[in-house]
Structures are given as structure tokens and as C-alpha cells.
Design a protein around this ligand. Structure first.
Ligand SMILES: [Zn+2]
Length: 469
């Protein structure tokens, strides 16, 4: 009997959340197509904000100006009693949720019939307040901080920056029932100690007090629901952000001041460098949260679900080469090598860790058991012109273990060389930072060169296949 009851309850929870699957299927109707890059800057959103001004649904206000005089907007819509406040890009280089917010504006402004009744219900029961870009000056240079170099999320108590003051004042005017604090996190966090990337992390920030407030418990229940629901799209990829109390942060203070505050951190997803999939998950998460709030559904969810969500941990790397043999200082030994790759168009690699990495995971891993690791060689080409350099047989040079080439500072590259290699300007050759961030590796078996690793590319010398990460 008990089993049947549990099954029924489980089924009831599942049927509650059909909306998520429908949103997943129909997302393409709502995606804001002008926002495609991972970075979002103020000039990208201005035309979209102007479009909102022309719609009867939205009221657009200037909430204030950034230090460099960019407008910070507050967008309002809906006429319900429950007030929800959402803000994004408080850290200028964290734009995933900003894109999702514009997808959400499209959702509410859409004529798509599949969601007509949900849209009407949400607009009837909720008043929405959105600041889509709190830190436009940071966004301009893709930087976390504002033009003063201040991290706005440590400036909540006595705001010194105009942007923090705007966020704080807006909050105090609204006194929202729920607040959504939208960020991007380090994309290589793992869910606990597992192999799975933390693609989304949630937190109901602490108030610094031992007892949870009612609004914090609301946030905790809602996160429990979102966790159970989102897990079906990204099983095992949801974590909890560090719950240590941060007295200077907005989320912690808003929680303390009586809003059920939910932090959502967009993490990483393999082969989703521009985070378009994570953006879609943000869209689904937020609309599902609105539906739950409008229907008071979150109240039925258990407080304990939240406590079962594993914390973010830091044991993932982009690439791990395992079981390499090295000979250094007269000793031959085995080690794993962890590498992260940065940059989209021009890639760069950094060696992050070295030794026994059996407790860590790579998004991509290679087992090089039986292979020997050596450093690539550098050839001096500072006497040569670009034309001479371009005519060189790079494949042959590479096959002999030459991975980098020293060139004159003033040389102008006219074309890309098709084979992976590293051209080093003379003036940078001795900087330690340069070598640390540009590993050039030769991977050999029985003294024969099999692979080259340079500029984030693993090149198979025999098959001439390039693998980038
Ligand atoms: Zn952030």
C-alpha cells in the first residue's frame, strides 16, 4: 500500500512539471536570435530594450547610469500580487542569463498559442521586475568588475559604486517576494567528486543566522522542485553553490531582508562554449520557477531535497593526459598531466596540474601508457622574412620535434600556417609566464614521435589529424 502511495506521489510530482518538457520542445520560438555570442555588451541590448518600449506589455524605466554613463534599465511587466525581481550580469563577464532574460521577454510577448494560458496566468498573478545588465561597464570589456575595479557583489552593504546603489535601491523600492540572482560560474566545477560538470548550480543564500527565515525556506523548497525537474534534462549535472555566508553579497543580504533569494549559476557543458544550451536551461528553469510561484507549488516540496544536492567541487580539467612517462633529474617516473584550454578563436593552453591525478577528471582524456613525454624544441628564425618562413616545410620541422619558432618582433603574419606551431616574438621568449601558458609537448613511443601538443591542439604526426579541445 505504502509503495503504491509513494508511486502515486512521485507520479503527481512528475505531472506537475509538464511545462518544462513543453518549454524544452518549443524553446526555438522564443530564443532572441540577435544574442548569439558568449559575451553580451550594452550596445547589444539597447535595440532590444527599445523594442520592449514599443510593446504594451512592458514598461521600461531607466533605473540609473553606470559610472561610464551607460543606462541601466528596469523592465516591469505583469500585474500580480507576488513580486519577482531578477537581475543579471552584475559581473560584466557573466552573460548567459542575460540572454535567457531576453528569451523570456520574447516568451511573454509571443503569440505562441501553446503557452497562452500559462502566460496569462503568470502575468495575472505575478509582477516582474528585471534588470538585465547591472554592470554594463564591466560587460563592455568582458570583465567581472565595474569601471572602479569593484566587485559589485561585495558592495551590497554600503554601496560605493553607482551600479550597486541602483541594485540596492531598486530592491528596496520593490520589496520582492522572490529574487533571482543570475550569474555564471567557473565552467570546470564538478558536481561533488563526480565526473559530471556542474552545468547549473543553485543556492538559497544564507542569512548568517542559524535559523532559516520563511522566505529562505521558500527559496529552498523552490530549488528542490527545480532540481528534481531539471535533472531530467541534465541528470547529475546540478550542484549547490558554496553556502558560506558572505555578509557583503547581494544575495545574502536580500535573503536577510526578507526576499526568497535564489542564486543560479550557469556552469559548463561539454562542447557548449557559447553556452547556448545552458542559456536554454536558464530559460526553462526561470519559467518553471514562475509557474511554481504562481501556483504555490513549491510549498509542497520537501526542504530535504535541497540538502541532498551535492556541492560544487573543483576537480575537472579540459584535458588530462594519463600515465605519461617522463625522465627528469636522472629519474624516470609516471605522471598525469592536466591542461585547460582558453580562448575561442585563438586558443591557448595552460598546464594546471601534474602528478597523480586519479581523483580528477578531464572532459577529454587520453591514456598515454607506454608513451614518453618531452618538451618541444624551438628553432631560431629571427634572420628570416615572412616569405621565407611561410615557405618552410612545417610538417617536416614538426616531425623532428620542433614545435615553436622564434621570429623577429616586427614580422607581419600574412597567412595562417596550416600545421599547428607556435610563433614566438623575440621580445617574449624569456618570459616565464609565456612558457607556463604555452606548453609544447612531444609524445613519443620507443623514441618515435607520435603526437605533438601545441596551442591547445593535439596533432597526430602519422595520421596528420588535428584534435582541438
Ligand atoms: Zn558572478
Amino acid at each position: 500500500m505504502l509503495k503504491i502511495l509513494i508511486a502515486l506521489l512521485f507520479f503527481a510530482q512528475l505531472t506537475y512539471t509538464q511545462t518544462d518538457q513543453n518549454l524544452h520542445n518549443d524553446y526555438h520560438y522564443f530564443i532572441e536570435k540577435s544574442l548569439t555570442k558568449s559575451e553580451v555588451k550594452h550596445f547589444n541590448i539597447v535595440p532590444l530594450i527599445n523594442k520592449l518600449k514599443n510593446s504594451k506589455l512592458f514598461s521600461v524605466e531607466k533605473a540609473g547610469s553606470s559610472l561610464q554613463n551607460r543606462d541601466i534599465y528596469l523592465i516591469k511587466f505583469g500585474m500580480g500580487e507576488t513580486k519577482i525581481f531578477l537581475w543579471s550580469q552584475m559581473h560584466g563577464d557573466e552573460a548567459t542569463a542575460t540572454k535567457a532574460l531576453f528569451d523570456i521577454f520574447n516568451f511573454f510577448d509571443s503569440k505562441n498559442d501553446n503557452f497562452k494560458s500559462l502566460r496569462e496566468e503568470l502575468l495575472d498573478k505575478i509582477s516582474f521586475y528585471v534588470i538585465p545588465m547591472v554592470n554594463p561597464d564591466g560587460a563592455e570589456i568582458n570583465d567581472r568588475r565595474n569601471a572602479l575595479g569593484i566587485d559589485l557583489n561585495r558592495d551590497a552593504v554600503e554601496p560605493q559604486s553607482p551600479e550597486s546603489a541602483i541594485l540596492r535601491n531598486t530592491f528596496e523600492q520593490i520589496k520582492p517576494d522572490f529574487g533571482f540572482n543570475l550569474h555564471d560560474q567557473y565552467p570546470r566545477y564538478s558536481v561533488g567528486k563526480t565526473k559530471k560538470t556542474a552545468s547549473l548550480s543553485f543556492l538559497a543564500p544564507s542569512t548568517g543566522e542559524p535559523e532559516s527565515t520563511i522566505s529562505q525556506m521558500n527559496a529552498i523548497r523552490l530549488i528542490g522542485e527545480l532540481f528534481l525537474s531539471l535533472n531530467k534534462f541534465i541528470p547529475g549535472h546540478i550542484a549547490k553553490y558554496s553556502d558560506e555566508y558572505e555578509p557583503r553579497a547581494f544575495g545574502d543580504n536580500f535573503q536577510k531582508w526578507g526576499s526568497g533569494t535564489i542564486l543560479i549559476e550557469s556552469g559548463g557543458w561539454k562542447n557548449d562554449n557559447d553556452k547556448q544550451f545552458i542559456r536554454k536551461l536558464n530559460f526553462i528553469t526561470l519559467i518553471l520557477a514562475f509557474e511554481s510561484i504562481a501556483r504555490n507549488r513549491y510549498k509542497k516540496f520537501d526542504l530535504n531535497t535541497y540538502t541532498t544536492i551535492p556541492f560544487n567541487e573543483r576537480n575537472h580539467y579540459d584535458l588530462i593526459f594519463r600515465n605519461l612517462t617522463l625522465s627528469t633529474l636522472g629519474l624516470t617516473y609516471k605522471a598525469d598531466l592536466a591542461i585547460n584550454i582558453y580562448g575561442n578563436e585563438i586558443k591557448n593552453a595552460t598546464i594546471e596540474e601534474f602528478g597523480d591525478l586519479s581523483t580528477s577528471f578531464g572532459l577529454t582524456e587520453y591514456d598515454f601508457d607506454g608513451y614518453h613525454l618531452e618538451k618541444g624544441n624551438t628553432i631560431d628564425l629571427t634572420e628570416k622574412s615572412w616569405n621565407d618562413i611561410y615557405k618552410l616545410n612545417f610538417y617536416s620541422l614538426l616531425s623532428q620535434g620542433n614545435t615553436s619558432f622564434l621570429i623577429k618582433d616586427e614580422i607581419q603574419k600574412k597567412k595562417d600556417i596550416k600545421i599547428p606551431q607556435l610563433l614566438i616574438r623575440q621580445n617574449r621568449k624569456n618570459t616565464f609566464e609565456f612558457y607556463k601558458t604555452s606548453p609544447q609537448l612531444l609524445i613519443k613511443k620507443d623514441d618515435e614521435l607520435h603526437y605533438i601538443f601545441v596551442k591547445g591542439i593535439l596533432y597526430n604526426i602519422k595520421s596528420r589529424i588535428q584534435l582541438s579541445f
